[in-house]
Design a protein around this ligand. Structure first.
Ligand SMILES: O=C(O)CCC(=O)C(=O)O
Length: 299
């Protein structure tokens, strides 16, 4: 991309916080981003923060899960001691407090506004960025999921802020308006000019950031001395393969707790002729492979 073309890519400011669903939909159209006020109460923020911290140190103790510094995708060598952040994956299995985010009434209609009514969950995880982290490359969430770029939204993401986010603690950096940019290369998006357009958000805990899968964004630098935690719940149009294979990763005791609607969003559902069984597009939420899958038969 020529320098003059990069100059034509102008970022917008962040939209204001709102709790008005219709206004939030307008923000999504205009900015590719909406900031929703108080999607959870401060009591819920406190309880979730405690659960996440236990999980962070539990995964640390048991040497499981994913530890990062942030800049792994640049291919740099990183010593274990420098991996100050954790991605706590698949929160569905890690506490009842997270199940609400599968179909949260203040978030889910906005996801449907971006990608359509029929939606499946891509993954749910906590981005717990430690102080001393580094920047990841700017990216579009839907960019690497298909063999070639597509200029329509088939993915939408939400982040519920469990910490107040600010430039000091590495608030998520997004480029409002970038969902309408022409397709650009990864290297171009990570040029200095475009990196400078991605500013850390300032917003209080309890806020949800909802964004189109085409918005360029990344993490911010946390130098606050404390962990910054945001819960990302990402969704897809149902023809795309999700990041987490919920059909085999969800624990049995958790499956018993979720509603039929949530099961369907987790991928226990069919879409047209896709995702059924035995050639049938009907995939009951309670499908039992032992009794319903047709095996070898004889007359
Ligand atoms: O942690 C953040 O603020 C952003 C994380 C992110 O964009 C990602 O992991 O894809």
């Amino acid at each position: 991309m020529k320098e003059s073309e990069i100059k034509s890519l102008v970022p917008l400011d962040y939209p204001p916080l709102t709790d008005d669903l219709e206004l939030a939909k307008q923000h999504l159209d205009q900015y590719g981003i909406a900031l929703i006020k108080d999607v959870i109460s401060q009591k819920e923020v406190c309880d979730i923060k405690q659960r996440l911290e236990e999980q962070f140190y539990g995964e640390e103790k048991h040497k499981v899960g994913s530890k990062v510094r942030g800049d792994e995708r640049y291919g740099v060598d990183i010593h274990e001691d420098q991996k100050v952040s954790r991605l706590v994956w698949n929160l569905i299995n890690k506490g009842d407090c997270f199940l609400q985010f599968i179909d949260h009434p203040k978030i889910f209609p906005l996801i449907q506004h971006i990608i359509g009514d029929k939606v499946i969950l891509c993954s749910m995880g906590a981005h717990m960025n430690g102080s001393g982290n580094e920047k990841m490359p700017l990216h579009q969430d839907q960019w690497p999921l298909v063999p070639h770029p597509m200029n329509f939204d088939f993915m939408a993401n939400s982040m519920v802020l469990i910490s107040d986010n600010s430039p000091e603690n590495g608030g998520t950096r997004l480029i409002p308006g970038s969902h309408k940019w022409p397709l650009i290369e990864y290297a171009t998006a990570n040029s200095e000019e475009i990196q400078n357009m991605a500013k850390s958000i300032s917003a209080p805990s309890g806020t949800a950031i909802v964004w189109s899968g085409r918005v360029w964004h990344g993490n911010g630098l946390n130098r606050s001395g404390h962990i910054r935690s945001n819960i990302s719940t990402a969704f897809l149009q149902p023809w795309v393969r999700p990041q987490e294979n919920h059909q085999y990763s969800i624990r049995k005791e958790v499956l018993k707790k979720i509603t039929p609607k949530q099961r369907s969003i987790l991928g226990f559902s069919s879409f047209g002729t896709l995702g059924g069984h035995d050639g049938s597009s009907v995939s009951p939420a309670d499908f039992d492979r032992e009794s319903e899958s047709i095996g070898m038969l004889k007359p």
